[in-house]
Design a protein around this ligand. Structure first.
Ligand code: NAD
Length: 544
């Protein structure tokens, strides 16, 4: 993309946004004073990508490949994205999950160069001034964490920074969100991780986490300072502990442009899987009943979005919620239970206890079961066979992560349902053959939703992020699944075509934002073309 280059050749080479490395042409080398600073024969971008592929092949571990790519990002941003976008399905697991988890755990031991902003709670009262240290005036998109619930790895303190960095790389790689508009931020409020506190190399504040009013005041100062420095910038909250994530979202969602991917993106990707599954089972959403194994934050978030999506199709919200039945470690979620939290209560039903999940399947005759229990093997043969006896095409979604916690494997779901299951999981399962049929299991990965959401927000300058935008995103992703994918059981678009799928979803979300009147700019005549022209392309701009 076109960027204006700074004055001296040496500075140009040191700035990852302007650096082309060996790809500077002879003319550019002469005009920028780069002669002698590079090997003499210019490369093409394609040669540079091939060189990185070679290097990656010679690195033994995924963490090593993560570091190599991270160094490249600090050196030459265009080349970094040219590599990522050349094969997103290959590189996503390196720059993001699962490898980024290890990088966050080892953050203090492998730290090389700073990226993004670190805001410690000790800077309270001065956050506005600290934000002024970031050199870019046009920040439009922020991913921020406080490092407390990093993936399934818990409290990693300041090491959580790997997540906003990795996630923003996917915003660009998967939906073309221009990287120069993005900013990763870590709020360091301390850590409860004793190992980190005792590690001499730990880079964060050596104190226990600040909680309560002081914590919320710090968040508030941060939000206000962002609004002042970059009015209209969207804030995406990432990997906060649930007890903070929920109130933070509730506090700001109606005041600023903001969302939480763990809560809203997760629900939307599950809903996308269900919309695609319905293309196989030929039912309407309002005709479905879903039985959840687990009644935690994932289950209630998904159940609520499903219920919200049923409302425009004719059900009132209370009735819609009754189509999503929850079953957790204490059994069926009923009104008689005394242990329910506020977020579970809307889904409680009047019903006697049911002794097992398999029995609940037989009693409620769900069209789909969704596993978000964190416990493996609970979708056992009895459960799957019961689902297959009730439904011609039973929807079976074991969404617990990682793979070792999946409620069942793809093989089990297909085998025990005579190949009739419509399957998707939280963690990936490889393609497989069962009784002579080839299946490609889909993975309900939030990456189908959040980059598209980010791009739509940027393109429209949206002032708010609503649940209906996530429902539209889910439908748009399901539309992208081709019939030949459905025939193999794949209910999400292939990750190799994630850019195309995300741009389509961004277009649909943007249309909806304009319809809602939440856009900050005028509706272009051709929204899709406008989004596509705005999308980052990993090619070098012209030097002056
Ligand atoms: P959580 O801890 O909030 O909830 C877990 C729930 O499972 C609780 O309601 C608990 O009672 C229930 N449970 C535990 N043991 C059980 C048992 N033996 N029988 C029945 N229920 C049992 O966790 P969460 O944040 O809701 O996440 C749940 C799982 O969903 C995790 O494994 C997470 O990785 C996965 N998840 C996947 C995606 C995705 O694939 N996109 C997104 C979010 C969460």
């Amino acid at each position: 993309m076109a960027v204006s280059l700074p004055a001296t050749g040496h500075e140009v080479l040191r700035d990852p946004r302007t650096n082309k490395g060996t790809a500077f042409s002879s003319h550019e080398r002469a005009s920028l004073g780069l002669e002698g600073l590079l090997p003499p024969v210019p490369s093409t971008l394609e040669h540079q990508v091939a060189r990185i592929y070679n290097e990656l092949d010679n690195v033994e571990s995924d963490l090593g490949r993560y570091l190599l790519l991270s160094d490249l990002q600090s050196r030459n941003e265009t080349l970094f994205y040219a590599v990522l976008m050349s094969d997103p399905a290959r590189f996503m697991p390196i720059v993001y999950t699962p490898t980024v988890g290890e990088a966050c755990q080892k953050f203090d031991h492998i730290f090389r160069s700073a990226r993004g902003l670190y805001l410690p709670i000790t800077a309270s009262g001065n956050i506005e001034q600290w934000l002024s240290h970031w050199p870019v005036d046009n920040v439009r998109f922020i991913v921020v964490t406080d490092g407390e619930r990093i993936l399934g790895l818990g409290d990693l303190g300041v090491g959580g920074m790997g997540i906003p960095i990795g996630k923003l790389a996917l915003y660009t790689c998967c939906a073309g969100v221009p990287p120069e508009l993005c900013l990763p931020i870590t709020l360091d409020v301390g850590t409860e991780n004793g190992e980190l506190l005792e590690d001499p190399l730990y880079l964060g504040l050596r104190q226990r986490r600040t909680r309560g009013q002081d914590y919320m005041a710090f968040i508030d100062e941060f939000v206000l300072a962002v609004q002042k420095r970059w009015p209209g910038a969207c804030i995406q909250w990432e990997d906060f502990a649930n007890f903070n994530a929920v109130p933070i979202l509730a506090t700001y969602r109606d005041r600023i442009c903001t969302y939480n991917d763990d809560i809203q993106g997760t629900a939307a990707v599950a809903l996308a899987g269900l919309y695609a599954a319905l293309r196989i089972t030929k039912g309407k959403l309002t005709q479905q009943t879903f039985l959840f194994l687990g009644a935690g934050s994932a289950a209630t978030g998904i159940a609520e979005l499903i219920a919200q999506a049923m409302v425009p199709e004719g059900l009132d919200i209370k009735e819609a919620r009754r189509r999503t039945i929850l079953y957790d470690v204490g059994g069926l979620v009923t009104n008689a239970r005394q242990d329910l939290t506020d977020f579970q209560k809307p889904f409680a039903i009047d019903h006697p206890p049911v002794a097992s999940f398999a029995r609940a399947v037989r009693q409620f005759r769900p069209t789909g079961i969704i596993g978000v229990s964190t416990v493996p093997h609970l979708f056992d043969q009895e459960v799957i066979e019961a689902m297959a006896a009730i439904n011609e095409r039973p929807i079976i979604f074991p969404y617990s992560n990682p793979t070792s916690r999946s409620e069942c494997t793809a093989q089990e779901a297909y085998l025990w349902s005579d190949g009739r299951a419509v399957f998707a999981s939280g963690s990936p399962f490889p393609p497989l053959d069962v009784e002579g049929r080839h299946f490609v299991p889909g993975q309900g990965n939030n990456v189908y939703i959040f980059p598209a959401m980010g791009m739509a927000i940027l393109a429209t300058q949206a002032s708010r992020v609503t649940d209906s935008m996530f429902i539209v995103a889910a439908k748009a992703i399901a539309e992208q699944v081709r019939d030949e994918h459905l025939a193999m059981g794949l209910i999400y678009p292939p990750q190799s075509s994630i850019l195309e799928a995300s741009l389509h979803a961004a277009f649909r979300i943007a249309e909806h934002i304009y319809d809602l009147g939440l856009a900050g700019n005028d509706r272009p005549a051709d929204i899709a073309a406008s989004i596509s022209s705005m999308a980052f392309k990993p090619v070098y701009g012209n030097a002056p």
